[in-house]
Ligand binder design. Structure first.
Ligand code: IPM
Ligand code: MG
Length: 369
């Protein structure tokens, strides 16, 4: 059996707790003889800044590029909020995405039956919801030049950023969305702001051309981002795959995550282009942030990160059956009423991170027997 090299980056806040939980699940798969891992840990974000005065060292970048997959938790916190942009925790993550070429960010928003009533929307609107948001991750206004802050002659300042997308950047993310749609409901909704922005117009036209030329079997619709945010709350089940740019994807995926009942439940995968040997750079991370308010209290929900590991099994190692097993274990734990505080409902006593992980590991053993 091939040994898979994993770089694990705990980052900040609740990161170390949810990573420790996920490593226990990984250990279970290894002990069960299903996969072999060689896991090393590295620093990113504020944790890296505190030691190295940078949120990401070249050494960690090298390790990430050499790994078969990177497992990353979350970064940031009030402690580092006043640092200059180029050494902020967020910069470490943005640089890692860019250096690894992770242009495609897959953010599923799935409502598990057991959690449907934890959503802030009415049950019938979200029950059975299964959307995939495909977010462009290394272009657009996050990285566009010129950017900066300039001093104006009158002593005031002007901050500016650039939104730009080229044909090549649009086509490679559109391919990911169309290919995914073919394995699902065969519908793609492309989201932009083409009524105001030239970059949005190019986005819309290039995606339409690609669909007509190569994906006639996939239904394509277009939506302005403001309308899309409204539609996600009004009738989320109308969507199958949503493809959108970096900034809109950031915003819409937080919105979509809340439809599912908790940000603490949502995994994501960030993928690059496969090289000639088929090796594809990949990073898996929960959508939630570092939750500094509950860090170190042992109450964080580890499920988003555990489910991110399931995505790793599926997308990086082609271990669909193992991913299914893990997702099923999580679902039955939830069905049995075991909940962390963020997803507990009236009458349910919340458990901590360790107890939730115990339950998942126990359920894995039971299901695999
Ligand atoms: C996300 C986060 C990041 C982003 C931050 C931490 C830089 O919000 O992954 O959605 O904006 O991409
Ligand atoms: Mg975000």
């Amino acid at each position: 059996m091939k040994t898979r090299k994993i770089l694990a980056l705990a980052g900040d806040g609740i990161g170390p707790e949810v990573l420790a939980a996920t490593r226990r699940v990984m250990d279970w798969f290894q002990a069960a003889g299903r996969i072999k891992f060689d896991v090393s840990e590295g620093l990113i974000g504020g944790a890296s800044y505190d030691v190295h005065k940078t949120p990401l060292t070249d050494d960690t970048v090298t390790q990430a590029k050499a790994a078969d997959a990177v497992l990353f938790a979350c970064i940031g916190g009030p402690k580092w909020d006043t640092l200059p942009y180029d050494v902020r925790p967020e910069k470490g993550l943005l640089r890692l995405r860019k250096e690894m070429g992770l242009f495609a960010n897959l953010r599923p928003a799935i409502v598990m039956d057991a959690l449907a009533s934890a959503s802030s929307l009415k049950l019938d609107l979200v029950k059975g919801l299964d959307i995939m948001i495909v977010r462009e991750l290394i272009g657009g206004i996050y990285f566009g030049e010129p950017r900066g802050v300039e001093q104006l002659p009158d002593g005031t300042r002007r901050g500016y950023n650039t939104q730009a997308y080229s044909t090549a950047e649009i086509l490679r993310i559109a391919h990911v969305a169309f290919d995914l749609a073919r394995k699902r409901g065969k519908r793609v909704c492309s989201v932009d702001k083409a009524n105001v922005m030239e970059s949005g117009l190019v986005w819309r036209e290039e995606i339409t051309k690609l669909r007509d030329a190569q994906y006639p079997d996939v239904e394509l619709s277009h939506m302005y981002v403001d309308n899309c945010s409204m539609q996600l709350v009004r009738n989320p089940k109308q969507f199958d795959v949503i493809v959108t740019d970096n900034l809109f994807g950031d915003i819409l995926s937080d919105l979509a995550s809340m439809l599912t009942g908790s940000l603490g439940m949502l995994p994501s995968a960030s993928l690059g282009a496969a090289d000639s040997s088929g090796r594809q750079p990949a990073l898996y991370e929960p959508v939630h942030g570092s939750a500094p308010d509950i860090a170190g209290k042992g109450i964080a929900n580890p499920l988003a990160m555990i489910l991110s590991f399931a995505m790793m099994l599926r997308y990086s190692f082609n271990l669909g059956a193992d991913a299914d097993l893990l997702e099923k274990a999580v679902q039955s734990v939830l069905s049995s009423g075991i909940r962390t505080g963020d997803i507990a409902e009236a009458g349910q006593t919340p458990v901590g991170t360790v107890a939730m992980t115990d339950a998942v590991v126990k359920e894995l053993t039971r299901l695999a027997a």
